[in-house]
Design a protein around this ligand. Sequence first.
Ligand SMILES: [Zn+2]
Length: 231
Amino acid sequence: MNPSPPAGGDELLTRLRDFHADYFPRHQQRFQDLVANGQHPRTLFIGCSDSRLVPYLLTGAGPGELFIVRNVGALIPPYDGSRGWHGTMAAIEFAVLSLKVERIIVCGHSHCGAVRAAYEGVPEEARALRVWLELVQEALLPVRPSPEAQWRTEQRSVVLQLQRLMDYPMVRRAVEAGTLSLHGWHYVIEDGEVHVFDAAAGGFVAASQASSSGTGPYPPYVEHDGQIIAD
Ligand SMILES: [Zn+2]
């Protein structure tokens, strides 16, 4: 006997058909222009994979505007030139060298499971995840996990990833040439507001209070005792 279809029907298939029948006809020209002329996104958005972080909603961007990399924690691997399947590194190289993006946004968020897992540990079988989370280690605080520590660690991790980005030769070159800017964002899901890292202020400022969406370049900003410092 064939298994019966799920009670709600095939929801994904319904959504695929809706996109084709409803959204696409209204934006057809834009998609066809993007095929004819190629993509020229000005922004590389590196965000956590968390389902509650929706880059297009936050930025109001449409097709062709964001080159997106998402991974657990919005983490940047060190640029060590080693051989391997480094998806995030490859995307950064492509965005900067080929697409010549003008902005890189690193976007973490509140209640990030990657940060929580970095404190609490991961299942024994999750070997890759355990290694991956080493990329947030330096941002951890030597305190008992708390909502306050979680929030601060999420922000410190964003700054740490920006620093690692500056170790990518093509990123540093473009930042120093003034053709690329780096933006560190902490999205507070429950408030619907992004807090922007302000290098001059040495901390994060709510977008409603901020004078820009980001500043750069980024010399080291995280002290060994865990404080974010201005310089
Ligand atoms: Zn996350």
